[in-house]
Design a protein around this ligand. Sequence first.
Ligand SMILES: Nc1ncnc2c1ncn2[C@@H]1O[C@H](COP(=O)(O)OP(=O)(O)O)[C@@H](O)[C@H]1O
Ligand SMILES: [Mg+2]
Length: 438
Amino acid sequence: MQALRIISEEHANLWRIATSLDQVADEIDAGAPPEPAFFNAVFDYIEQFVDRSHHPKEDDFLFRLLRLRSDKAATVLDALQQEHRNGPGQLQALRVQLLQAGYSPRVAPVFTAAVRLYTQGLKSHIRVEEKDIMPLARQALSAPDWAEIDRAFLDNNDPLFGASAKAEFRELFHRIASLAPESIGLGGHSAGQLLAGAAPANTEVLLRVENMQSCYGRIQALKGISLEVRRGETVALVGANGAGKTTFLRTLSGVQPMSAGRIEFDGEDISKLRSDLRMRRGICQSPEGRQVFGPLSIEDNLRLGAYTQPKHQVEGDLDKVFAMFPILKEKRQLPAGTLSGGQQQMLAIGRALMGRPKLLLLDEPSMGLAPLLVQEVFNVVKTLKAQGMTILLVEQNAFAALAIADRGYVLETGKVTLTGTGQELISNEQVRAAYLGM
Ligand SMILES: Nc1ncnc2c1ncn2[C@@H]1O[C@H](COP(=O)(O)OP(=O)(O)O)[C@@H](O)[C@H]1O
Ligand SMILES: [Mg+2]
């Protein structure tokens, strides 16, 4: 019954989008202009993903088999499938109303009313499927039925359900998150399954830190930290505000003096190396608070990230970063200061990637972002991880960071107090109480 989990996850995403649309409609009613790019991104996503992939999953598999196995289902399924068929027409109407609202602010309330009607319909549709249809399917469908459905849903080569379609849909979702007003959030959202222990335990150690100490005057901020990152691993360093996370990253990248300890990177002792040389070795950081250069263009900010790199590779790398963050490409000539907080975070990560990191250091990438964008940032980290990047992720947002990490370290006032796999730490009572608020 993997299929039901997949459908429920898709419902959860749609529900969050519906809730966000309602919030944005409220803002428009309160005087904000309707942002056509955001709404069109949402409509594109629903048209492409929901109509092309989500509805066929239900219509052609789940509902078709349920009709065969249960007499009770037909009436409800007829209504649901009629709603599926009406979907594209409703979106078309919304697009026209959006256009009209753009021409004349007086028509905006007509558009927001239509948006609310649409989201109400969407939510009640999802509710019926979750509350009525899924329980019925659990009862009525046979094991071979589930096998058939699961096989179809999990077929990676399927043009609509498979890997390349998923990448396309994720791109569309990414656009929504990039274009969404800062004020809206989609709630805690788990976008995918965790690959537990993705990096094999015996792969080579890329970074080995032993007994790192560092002081601000007489105050010892790091009291002897030891930590390892293996090639391909995502390691989370979590801890409360003031625990020493940023100091650790700054000492690692060489901008903060180390008073004792040893750093070995890629087989070399770099303890005494200057910071620009550490960057050249492949330790690249997206700093706390993003620190993009506001007056410089987005493209020039990215180029700055490549200053230690040979000139001939820069254009190609720029294209790769733009492929990953299309919104940065669209706005490449604009000053970085015009980007939203979430987009600036993407820029800061993109700038670090321009240095061709062997180890990517991320300092609190989710800090200060609305929940929708927080999730989007973690999706970016997941994507980089899936591409094989080695990542050291520093976060106060312990739950989200540990959920995507292979392993984690808990830092308290300059000392490591706990370490384990991401899953172990998430289920550790002490961690749950202290950091996850559970
Ligand atoms: N520039 C500084 N001067 C003096 N103390 C500092 C400075 N930066 C950080 N500290 C202190 O070092 C400790 C660790 O800070 P920091 O590394 O920023 O923690 P985190 O990133 O985990 O929030 C804190 O007690 C903080 O007050
Ligand atoms: Mg910090």
